[in-house]
Design a protein around this ligand. Structure first.
Ligand SMILES: CC(=O)N[C@H]1[C@@H](OP(=O)(O)OP(=O)(O)OC[C@H]2O[C@@H](n3ccc(=O)[nH]c3=O)[C@H](O)[C@@H]2O)O[C@H](CO)[C@@H](O)[C@@H]1O
Ligand SMILES: C=C(OP(=O)(O)O)C(=O)O
Length: 446
């Protein structure tokens, strides 16, 4: 039989049990790598996971003349931006559609080279994902932007200037865009309605180590005083709270018990509260968090995703799989992305009862109400799931399908598993370590 690396056979019905480790966050590490471009000296980033988004950014940095090499400890990268002026970006198109990170090269490249070319972005197809906020703020800093057939061409006719910005919505990416641009801009930048996700705080830590001056108020206002020069940094990336929550949901859905080494309470408080309400058990120690199904029935809940410190949208999809096993009606209101519930149709094919609604079913009205987006769901449980043929739609949806297949009776064929490598390091090895019965057709894994 030929090996098809993009299909995974999952034989369900076995609880996931054991220990896995999460490393640096997918939503921080690539951005800290971009930040290295702002420095005049090499940076050292530790706890870097081997995921596709990191490989993509590494390739882009190298195209721009940054030397990237492994450091002394496993998972350490040394990024040397000393020769960025000799950049050769002829192959940049090869990175079109690969991830959302290229947009964050704008500020650093405008500061270093006076111009930037940004290919089309990738990332999960869970909504329109416009980048209008990014370009609006870059214009406010003094950049000019020209849309070309293959991407966007930007120029900074003179040094970018600090400015006063209010985001229409606390966008993570747009907040990072402001940070990475304002640190070397002339004068002060005041950003209000900023996103304050833990990964943003960690990026601020990185920038402060490089010499930036950034103050965060409690009211979503960030003030950045531009400096003339930044140095390098040494930083251990905060752990991936999104991956940790995915494994926690897997423990619940499969009636398992997983110790997630590296998981941290501080960045997961909202998730942990919800997990407890559903009936999941957890125990926190200095090295990680143990998540398990304590037996008995799981409880249905009402859940609304939101910007931090609310319930993070990337936690939603894996938890929904666990909610198919909870008794009663759970209500989900997805307020961050307009199309993040489409993955539930495959769960229904497996036996789940999930009904989608255009109305805002949570406690508050969101940007998507009255706009024809199926962004609320009612999950009726518990339901017995059956194995099925599944095609992975996006990163978290993909991991959710793995969880559903593991919780189901019988065998599932999960297609498109390569997508999961974008944000989950060695996920197949981890599954095998936890006792999952999975195989690549023609090539047993465990
Ligand atoms: C690589 C990375 O870090 N990805 C994360 C980042 O994505 P990303 O930074 O792309 O997400 P944003 O916070 O920017 O998006 C939030 C909302 O703002 C809207 N918006 C955003 C920018 C813009 O210019 N215009 C606009 O309308 C988006 O369509 C979306 O509805 O934050 C999201 C929200 O926590 C997470 O789900 C993603 O995992
Ligand atoms: C939506 C996600 O990521 P990205 O912004 O990289 O598409 C995610 O991590 O779930």
């Amino acid at each position: 039989m030929t090996v098809n690396d993009d299909v995974l056979l999952v034989h369900g019905g076995t609880p996931l049990e054991g220990e896995i480790r999460v490393r640096g966050a997918k939503n921080l590490v690539p951005k800290a790598m971009v930040a290295a471009l702002l420095g005049s000296a090499p940076s050292r980033l530790r706890n870097v996971p081997d995921i596709r988004d990191v490989r993509v950014v590494r390739g882009l940095l190298q195209l721009h003349g940054v030397t990237v090499r492994p450091g002394e400890e496993p998972g350490e990268l040394v990024l040397d931006p000393t020769h960025v002026e000799s950049a050769n970006v002829a192959d940049i198109d090869a990175h079109a559609g690969s991830s959302r990170i290229p947009i964050l090269f704008c500020g650093p490249l405008l500061h270093r080279l006076g111009h930037a070319f940004i290919p089309g972005l990738g990332g999960c197809d869970i909504g329109g994902r416009p980048i209008d906020f990014h370009f609006d703020v870059l214009r406010q800093f003094g950049a000019t932007i020209e849309k070309r057939a293959d991407g966007q061409y930007l120029e900074a006719p003179q040094r970018l200037r600090g400015t006063k910005i209010r985001l229409p919505y606390p966008s993570v990416g747009a907040t990072e865009q402001v940070l990475l641009t304002a640190v070397l801009a002339e004068g002060v930048t005041e950003l209000s309605n900023a996103a304050v996700e833990p990964e943003i705080e960690d990026l601020i830590c990185v920038l402060q180590k490089m010499g930036a001056i950034i103050a965060m108020d409690t009211d979503r206002t960030i003030r950045i005083t531009g400096v003339d020069k930044l140095g390098g940094y040494t930083h251990r990336a905060l752990p991936d709270r999104l991956e940790a929550a995915s494994w926690a949901s897997a423990a619940l859905a499969t009636e398992g018990d997983i110790y997630v080494r590296g998981a941290q309470q501080r960045s997961m408080m909202t998730f942990l509260n919800t997990y407890r309400k559903v009936g999941g058990a957890f125990e926190i120690d200095d090295e990680g968090i143990r998540f398990w199904h304590p037996g008995g029935q799981l409880k249905s809940i009402a859940l609304e995703t939101d910007v931090h410190p609310g319930f993070q949208t990337d936690w939603q999809q894996p938890l929904v799989v666990a909610l198919t096993q909870a008794t009663g009606l759970s209500i989900i209101h997805e307020t961050v992305y307009e199309s993040r519930l489409g993955f539930t149709s495959a769960l229904n094919q497996m036996g789940a009862h999930i009904q989608l609604y255009r109305e805002c079913l949570g406690g508050s009205d969101c940007r998507f109400g009255q706009r024809n987006f199926l962004h609320s769901a009612v999950v009726s449980g518990p339901t017995r799931l059956q194995g099925a043929d599944l095609v992975i739609p996006d990163l978290r949806g993909g991991f959710s399908y793995l969880i559903a297949a593991l919780a189901a009776q019988g065998t599932s064929r999960v297609h498109g598993i390569e997508l999961i490598n974008r944000g989950y390091e060695n996920f197949m090895e981890k599954l095998v370590e936890l006792g999952a019965k999975v195989e690549l057709p023609g090539k047993p894994l465990g």
